[in-house]
Each structure stands twice: as C-alpha cells, then as structure tokens.
Design a protein around this ligand. Structure first.
Ligand code: AMP
Ligand code: MG
Length: 403
C-alpha cells in the first residue's frame, strides 16, 4: 500500500508527456502549449485614445475653461496624424492613434461645442490623461503564454491579438473506459433486483469530456477473464489511457489485477492509503500506455479519477506537473470527524457564507452513495492522523469542476 503522494510520484515517474505538433489556434481549446506564445509587436502598437473626445496639448488648457480650434478628426483605424500648433486640438475617438503633438485626451463629456470649428475645454487636464501608451500592455517579444499553459478562451484571444494562428501543442490522450461487473446493466435496460445500472461508465465519459479530454470510448464487460482480456487488449490498442472500474480488489471475482498482468501490464501500485478508494491500481503497458484500475463504488471512482487519473491525463497532455493537481482551500462550514488512520476524502459542497466561499460537508451513507455525490462539488481532504476538523478551520478541497 502506498500513500497518495507516492502514488502520484509513481505516475509521474512512469509516463512522459505526449508529442507535440502544430495546430490552428482556434482548434486548440483544452490543449497545452509545448512552446510559448510571444508578442509579435507592442500592445498597443501606438499611443491610443482611451476615450471619445479631443486630443489636446495640456499646456493649452492649463487655465481652462479654454476655447480651442478643432483642426481635424481621427476615428479608430485612421492613419491621420494632424499637426497641432498652440490653441489647436483634434476630435478623436476610442482606439484611434493620438497625434504626436497632443499629450492628453479630454473626454467629450468635459467639453462644450462652441462653434463649427471651436470647442470649449471645461477644465484643465494632466499630461498623459486618457492615453493608452504604446507597449503598456506588453512589449514586442514578451512571453504572453508560457509553455505548459492550457488554451482557454482568453488564451485564444491573446493568440488572435498577436497573430499567432498556429501553436505548438501536445497531443491529448485518447481514453477508453471499461466498466466491469456481472451485475451491471446498461442505463436503458431494465435492471433486476440483483442488478445495478452502470453509472460509472457514463460518469467517467462525462467527467473526461468536462475536463476537455473527450470523447472517450466506453465498454462494459462481465466478470469474465476472456472477455475482460479481449476488451483490455482492444482498449490498449486504440488509447493512451484506459480506466477500468470494479473488480480491482482481492475478491474471487476481482479479476482486473490478474488480467492486466496477462495483457502485459506492469503494476506500479495496488492499494492506496486513502478512504474511499483504497483498492486501486496504476499500471503501464509498453511505452507510455497507462492503465488505472479504479474501485467499483461510484464515490471511490470519483476520488481515484480526480486524485490520479485526471491529473495523469493533464500530465500526459503537457500540463506542468505543479498544475496537474491544483487544490483549493476553504473554511469548513461545519466540523467533520474521521477515523484518522488514513487520508480521508469527504464530500463537500461550496456555499456562499458570511465571509466568502466556504465548504459544507455533504452527509452520505458511504462510497456507494452516488445520490449524495450529486449534491457535492468536490472532496474535502482530511490528512492522515487528523480525526476531527472544527467548523471554521481551512481545509484542502479538490474541486470536481473547473473553477
Ligand atoms: P467491485 O469493486 O467490483 O467489488 O464493486 C464494488 C461495488 O460497486 C459493487 O456494489 C458494484 O455493484 C458497484 N459497481 C461496480 N461497478 C459499477 C458501475 N459501473 N456502476 C455502478 N456501480 C458499480
Ligand atoms: Mg465487481
């Protein structure tokens, strides 16, 4: 049995990020950068007006109100650069380049049109006011998106802004889910009182998609050596990561450990000191194929998925190791107790409390209690050796959804 941190170290030590290739920036959502994205020019590329108004020389309006002659107009996108002599100004619009002779922009609300070519500036203005300076957001050549960053909506926008239309990103792992159990029926089937509908399969397929790693394949097999072996071989053929649920413990019908050995897998750990989720394993096949054996009970599946399998998908995709398993911290809304002999994962729901967000424990009847799981947002982590955490104390929280 390994502790959860050793389990993660074993995963990182056994796999390497998938190769990278060039990909269109707008087809790269959820991909991780293998090369940084740099600014191709200063942003903004010139001094720009932040307002609709008048580009002036601040000295001309030091004793405002002051009447200035309007000698031109610069809409956004214009290349016009009218010269200003003392007493002159230019009508300007948001996003337009500020002429070299002006050093401030007076917003239109602080002016009064006086005649066709005259405007009254109502109060003085300091130099630089309402001007976005060239390069104030970023300088040409600066790293805007680091290697290992994930492409999300703002990253897509940054790529667009600097004309970086092809990115070098890592491939994303292809995933197959195999659910095992003689008692399992398809969700659309009638289930006898000796049977359960397979909820782990659809849950994992959905969780994988929620985190940008879909679409995953899913097959369900009974507790039968030959069928499991065939399913495993097929899955390993077509995917980088295989998640198996059920049959991973040490009972007579827990065939997964034996059968994955038969399929040529090397088991790196079997048994993790955590609750729920103790009987789980991680194995590799050949170079870089990963296999996670997760328990059958739904809440144990979720802990195994979020502690190890999902972080491994991120790692394989080129996510920096430090970002693969991000934890949040929240105060506990009400106290919790555990047996303290191993690390505990307790269902938690995020709520708005007086001082901000807090996590509220969600009562449940054990790791089969999927219904309680559907009321939670993630897991409260109680370290080994800690048997009670009082209300108000801050706890580690593993969110199930992207925050
Ligand atoms: P096992 O780890 O195979 O002993 O399964 C533990 C418990 O999880 C048993 O009660 C199973 O019926 C249940 N279980 C296993 N696989 C699934 C599944 N795919 N969907 C729902 N429940 C499952
Ligand atoms: Mg079973």
């Amino acid at each position: 049995m390994v502790d959860p941190e050793h389990a993660w170290r074993a995963i990182v030590a056994s796999v390497t990020p998938l190769p990278s290739a060039l990909r269109a920036y707008d087809q790269s959502l959820f991909h991780y950068l293998a090369q940084p994205v740099l600014a191709d020019r200063d942003i903004p590329a010139a001094d720009r007006s932040a307002m609709d108004g008048y580009a002036v020389r601040a000295d001309d309006v030091a004793a405002a109100p002051a009447v200035l002659r309007v000698v031109g107009e610069i809409p956004a996108g214009s290349t016009a650069q009218p010269a200003l002599t003392p007493g002159e100004c230019v009508r300007i619009f948001t996003g337009a380049n500020v002429p070299a002779d002006a050093d401030a922009v007076v917003m239109v609300e602080d002016t009064e049109a006086t005649a066709d070519d005259r405007v009254t500036i109502l109060s003085p203005i300091s130099r630089g006011r309402n001007i976005l300076r060239r390069g104030e957001n970023t300088r040409q050549g600066a790293v805007l998106l680091q290697q290992g960053a994930v492409i999300d909506a703002t990253a897509v926008a940054v790529c667009a802004a600097v004309g970086c239309v092809e990115l070098r990103v890592h491939a994303r792992p292809r995933v197959t889910v195999i659910t095992t159990g003689a008692e399992l029926r398809q969700p659309a089937e009638r289930a006898g009182i000796h049977e359960v509908r397979d909820s782990n399969g659809p849950m994992l397929v959905a969780a994988i998609a929620e985190h940008g790693f879909g679409p995953a394949d899913w097959v369900c097999v009974p507790d039968d050596r030959a069928e499991l072996l065939t399913a495993l071989r097929q899955a390993l053929d077509g995917s980088d990561v295989v998640l198996v649920t059920g049959g991973v413990s040490v009972g007579k019908y827990d065939l997964v450990p034996d059968v994955i050995r038969e399929a040529g897998a090397t088991i790196h750990y079997h048994g993790v000191a955590m609750k729920p989720g103790k009987p789980q394993l991680f194995a590799t096949v050949g170079s870089n194929r990963c296999l996670f054996g997760l328990p059958g009970n739904p809440l144990a599946v979720l802990t195994g998925f979020h502690e190890f399998a999902l972080p491994a998908l991120r790692y394989l995709s080129g996510c920096l190791e430090a970002d693969c398993r991000r934890l949040l911290r929240f105060p506990l809304l009400s106290g919790v107790t555990t047996k303290g002999r191993q690390r505990h994962y307790l269902l938690g729901r995020l709520v708005h409390a007086a001082g901000g967000m807090a996590v509220e424990p969600v009562p449940n009847a054990g790791s089969a209690d999927l219904v309680a799981g559907s009321k939670a947002d993630g897991m409260i982590i109680v370290p080994v050796g800690v048997s009670s955490v009082p209300a108000g104390a801050c706890v580690d929280f593993r969110p199930w959804r992207l925050l």
